[in-house]
Design a protein around this ligand. Sequence first.
Ligand SMILES: N[C@@H](CCC(=O)N[C@@H](CS)C(=O)NCC(=O)O)C(=O)O
Length: 231
Amino acid sequence: MKLYYAPASSYSQRVLMALYEKKANFTLIEVNLFDSKAREEYMQINLFAKIPTLVTDKGNVIFEANIIIEYLDQHFPNTSRLIPADPEQALEVRMLERMIDVYINSGREALFADTQRPVEERGKKEVIKAKRLLEIALAMLDEKLASRTYLGGEQLAIADCAAAPTLAYLRMVYNYNHLPNLTNYVRRLESRPSVAQVFNLGRDQMTKMLSELPNPLQLVPLDEFVSFQQN
Ligand SMILES: N[C@@H](CCC(=O)N[C@@H](CS)C(=O)NCC(=O)O)C(=O)O
């Protein structure tokens, strides 16, 4: 199996976390989408030029992070399941994964883009709307996590693979430390070896990218964030 990825890409990180949780053997191939030649070459594998892409030992090409995770779950059935066997629980973790993608990740992207605009152009209607949806989704997760270790219950699942990089990157643009269940959950997630490994791999590339922005940003480590008082 080969995973085409970039270390700082949050969608790549979801899949990498699943691969580490599954203790799978695979080859990592780093893709630099900013290099036009590398991009063109990569488009022979994935015409959308989005990362990640998994190429199986049979040569099947699978893209979309959550579909790659579904593939891994089917092909490593003897490890703990990322899609629960129970159909209702499976539906719930898939729904939560979608919620994280559609409302939390999109909200994060909208807030991130806003930081790069001149101050007087920030906070437009679309950004406020995206932030509202983000906050609704975060509050829903916080409520669920009042009685759960992971989003779907006691076992780590696909929704948690989506949550780990999304909530870590969200900290650069949004402070959610007023949500105690969510913050404690992030602490549990980030203490997993799979997550630590993924973040270690991506830290340098992300730090560099953030420092080169017109309005530079920084990764916010969890401990700094937890002690940060909101005003
Ligand atoms: N829906 C895709 C999204 C993948 C995605 O947007 N990847 C980003 C990196 S995190 C990317 O390839 N961006 C490059 C671009 O948009 O040109 C998935 O779930 O895999």
